[in-house]
Design a protein around this ligand. Structure first.
Ligand SMILES: NC(=O)c1ccc[n+]([C@@H]2O[C@H](COP(=O)([O-])OP(=O)(O)OC[C@H]3O[C@@H](n4cnc5c(N)ncnc54)[C@H](O)[C@@H]3O)[C@@H](O)[C@H]2O)c1
Length: 277
């Protein structure tokens, strides 16, 4: 049976940033395939709400929650120790956590997203979560997978901006002076491109331990953004629309299961065709 390769029964997956828009979807995707899922996030309240949402469709006994800050090694180690002491071995790691500062463009206010004004502190915070966080989680949970003798899967959630540069025209505010126009910050491109490098490094480093590492690069998900933005972005996409939040589930299931058993070190771009236009 072809679909048997998607079966994750007996596997445990850990998702970082699991309380966010896509984190819940990744968790649902893995639960659909029979995995137990450890939801982790820095935001405890949002984490509990995520569990409540997921428990409507899935057995709550398969859903665990751990508050974890991916930018702090002690926090990751503490969660890893809790999981070991409660008898859980992590087979699948989904590095999904990120800080995605919303592009605002407030009239008359110094536009801090612009490269000229971008604060070193913001650079450090965003890289610490989106890139260093993926490294630290891979170090802790990947090392355990390598030692286990069973192997595992690491999936890094990048973005279509891992393969092309932001089109800053998308974020323009009419009537705003050029030097105050909001932009997608430089950190986003650096983090997402960096995650592809991390993916390739891990894919070779632990290959003989049976650990596969791949990246998923989603295009923009519709989440109530303004009409102008949605129209501009849709014009750049052959399918002429943004993604629905659940449209990455099947890719997560493929990349985290034996269905992708011979795929390693790749970046799967799912963007409605934007990157080929
Ligand atoms: N939403 C999109 O359109 C889109 C498109 C492409 C890629 N992505 C990527 O998908 C991933 C998820 O995006 P999203 O839209 O769900 O974002 P989101 O902001 O809804 O969720 C991110 C989650 O990460 C958590 N987080 C922040 N700092 C953390 C830390 N230090 N430790 C642990 N958790 C922390 C937040 O609390 C939040 O729950 C991100 O990597 C994002 O870059 C999103």
């Amino acid at each position: 049976m072809a679909l048997e390769k998607f079966d994750l029964t007996g596997k445990t997956a850990l998702v970082t940033g699991a309380a966010g828009l896509l984190g819940i979807e990744h968790a649902a995707a893995l639960l659909e395939c029979g995995a137990k899922v450890v939801l982790t996030d820095i935001n405890e309240v949002a984490l509990q709400s995520a569990k409540t949402v997921l428990a409507k469709d899935f057995d709550p006994r398969n859903i665990y929650c751990e508050v974890m800050d991916v930018s702090r090694l002690e926090s990751i180690r503490a969660v890893a120790a809790n999981l070991v002491s409660s008898g859980h071995r992590i087979d699948i790691l989904v590095n999904n956590a990120a800080i995605d500062p919303k592009v605002k463009g407030d009239q008359g206010v110094l536009e801090t997203s612009r490269l000229e004004n971008f604060a070193l502190e913001q650079w450090n915070i965003q890289i610490a979560v989106g890139l260093t966080g993926a490294f630290l989680c891979s170090q802790v949970f990947g090392s355990a997978m390598a030692k286990s003798g069973v192997g595992g899967v690491i999936l890094n959630i990048a973005s279509d901006l891992s393969v092309f540069s932001p089109d800053q025209r998308l974020y323009r505010k009419e009537g705003t002076p050029e030097d105050m126009q909001p932009v997608k910050p430089v950190t986003y491109s650096v983090i997402k491109t960096g995650l592809i490098g991390l993916t390739r490094y891990l894919a070779t480093y632990w290959a003989e331990k049976g650990i596969r590492s791949n990246a998923l690069s989603p295009g923009g998900v519709f989440n109530g953004q303004g009409d102008d933005f949605v129209k501009r972005l849709s014009n750049l996409i052959p399918l002429a629309r943004m993604a629905r939040r659940e449209e990455y589930r099947a890719a997560v299931q493929f990349l985290c299961s034996d269905a992708s058993g011979y795929m390693n070190g790749q970046n799967v771009v799912i963007d409605g065709g934007r990157s080929i236009w």
